[in-house]
Write a protein of this length. Structure first.
Length: 557
């Protein structure tokens, strides 16, 4: 058994592997007993070796097939961090179905949209997430989406346990299956022939852009494995590292940059049930994590916490973050993460496009987004087309190469508007290249708001507010926020005599959408700043709402 392979031997072969192929290869290199994941909740813990992962994957693949899932069908999943995620993801890869992670913060309209677009044959979901009855929400959303999937429900105990073996349980007819019944069904069913097409879509990652509902980016196994492997390489990770991941599994940072790390580089991923500062402070020293991930808002909350101590992060020497140079410098100086680097990417390119190497000079690691991953092109759109030469820009950042999505699910027009005829994906971000070819992000061309690393479409929030009684017109913008980097704020015009209040509008939004999308403030207006063509001038609204507020996290963090 070998412990590693040179980059030259494994790239670009990774583009030819399915996720399940990569699991088999990881077992050959590292052994079945190598720990792939450690999961922790406040009152539970669970781990998953590579061998256990393969055993459970085959059970889940057989169970999905027995429930009617076929190659090309969608399988949806919702739940907190736990063994369910890597097992279901690799089962989808083995069977050739497409995983649809559902954001656990979504509410009715958002769930209806995702289910209607993806038409999943099976939905695997935790019965509850925090205090929310997620199973009931999903069942109601499925009815309104006019889809009828089979449901598999995870109890609070199933989130941590019952992942590696198949108890002998007789599955109930057409009722909701428990996790034990699901695995038992797999044990009683033939294992399907493994899918082999690494270029086929294996993941639909819904991401908000500038439209009223999130779009589903179709990602392939090859693209996601390649992006994750090169991220790990530039972070300096090896199979001996234990990397603490803050990313939720419904997010591309979880489904790709967390789940696939043990396959490409072989490190052990340590993941909490859900991110909190307190859990971070508890888990990192407990498992002596050597690396970590994190959105800017997470680091900022940890640095400002009353219990913060550099000793908590004494074993951590590597990591990635997003945010301003000032914040990244604070992380290095106060947390002691000397190999910190930052990442630029987006869902449509498998999460990662540029990363400075962990051993690059500090000005490059903290002050730029680095150079493209191998065999990817990053250029700046100018008057004469896309320019990839050093010192290009400023202009829109464009990306071309193996990591691009296969398109948006069911939306040919949106795909064509994002990826041009020459294969360049237009990011919507304003950037430039420095003299060494490192990417620097200047601003966003899109209206998209990014609180704490999440994407929020102003159009989606505006759609909800516009349906409320008395509302004539609404415009939502992002303003700086010290904790989250940027938050939504709504400007609303109501009919004379309307009793609509700001608190009522915020409460209505909270009932219809994920909490990170809800406006933090509502400003009532009677006159709007307008362009000559009659469009609302959002920059003027941002300026009015922001005042003197600034953010050390940065709008893209």
């Amino acid at each position: 058994m070998t412990t590693s392979s040179p980059l030259s031997e494994r790239w670009p072969r990774l583009l030819e592997l399915t996720w399940y192929d990569a699991l088999d290869e990881a077992i050959e290199r590292l052994g079945a007993e190598h720990t792939a994941f450690v999961f922790e909740g406040p009152d539970w813990a669970s781990s998953l070796t590579l061998g256990q992962w393969r055993t459970a994957t085959l059970l889940a693949s057989a169970a999905l097939a027995a429930l009617g899932a076929r190659p090309g069908d969608c399988v949806a999943a919702l739940g907190p961090g736990g063994p369910m995620w890597p097992i279901v993801q690799l089962a989808c890869s083995h069977l050739g179905t497409i995983l649809v992670p559902i954001n656990s913060r979504y509410r009715h309209d958002e769930m209806v949209h995702v289910l209607r677009m993806s038409e999943p044959v099976v939905v695997i979901a935790a019965e509850r997430v925090h205090t929310v009855d997620t199973l009931a929400l999903l069942q109601r959303a499925a009815h309104h989406a006019d889809v009828a999937p089979r449901f598999v429900a995870l109890s609070s105990a199933d989130v941590a346990l019952g992942a590696h073996s198949a108890p002998t349980v007789q599955p109930a007819g057409d009722a909701v299956l428990t996790w034990d019944e699901f695995l038992s069904l797999g044990a009683q069913s033939p294992v399907p022939v493994a899918a082999t097409d690494a270029a086929a879509s294996v993941l639909v990652q819904f991401t908000s852009g500038t439209t009223a509902f999130a779009k589903g980016a179709l990602l392939s196994a090859g693209a996601t494995l390649g992006a994750t492997y090169h991220l790990a390489q530039r972070m300096g990770l090896t199979h001996e590292d234990r990397c603490f991941s803050t990313q939720p599994f419904y997010h591309v940072g979880g489904s790709v940059a967390t789940t696939l790390m043990p396959l490409g580089i072989g490190c052990t991923m340590v993941a909490p049930e859900r991110y909190t500062v307190e859990e971070t402070f508890r888990i990192i020293p407990k498992h002596r994590c050597t690396a970590r991930t994190g959105q800017a808002a997470m680091y900022w909350m940890e640095l400002g916490h009353e219990r913060f101590s550099p000793e908590i992060f004494a074993t951590v020497s590597k990591g990635w973050a997003g945010g301003t140079y000032e914040l990244l410098k604070l992380i290095v100086d106060r947390m002691g993460i000397t190999g910190l680097t930052q990442v630029y990417g987006m869902t449509e390119v498998a999460a990662t496009t540029t990363v400075p190497p962990f051993d690059a000079p500090e000005p490059e690691r903290l002050g730029t987004c680095g150079r493209p991953l191998p065999d990817l092109e990053v250029g700046i759109l100018g008057e004469d087309g896309v320019d990839t030469a050093p010192s290009a820009g400023p202009g829109e950042v464009c990306i071309r190469g193996w990591s691009l999505m296969n398109g948006y699910l069911g939306d040919v027009a949106a795909t064509a508007a994002t990826v041009d005829d020459d294969g360049w994906l237009h990011s919507g971000d304003l950037g430039r290249l420095d003299a060494d070819g490192n990417l620097l992000i200047v601003d966003r061309l899109k209206d998209m708001i990014k609180p704490g690393g999440e994407n929020v479409s102003p159009a989606e929030v505006e759609r909800v507010i516009s349906t409320l009684s008395g509302v004539i017109q609404v415009s939502v913008v992002g303003v700086p926020d010290e904790r989250l980097g940027e938050v939504p704020v709504a400007f609303v015009e109501v009919r004379p005599g309307s009793e609509q209040t700001g608190d009522a509008i915020i409460a209505s939004c909270a009932a219809e959408m994920a909490s990170f999308k809800v406006p933090r403030q509502v400003h009532f207006v009677t006159e709007w700043p307008m362009t000559e063509s009659g469009k609302i001038q959002k920059p003027a609204l941002r300026e009015r709402a922001a005042g003197d507020r600034t953010s050390i996290i940065g709008a893209t963090g």
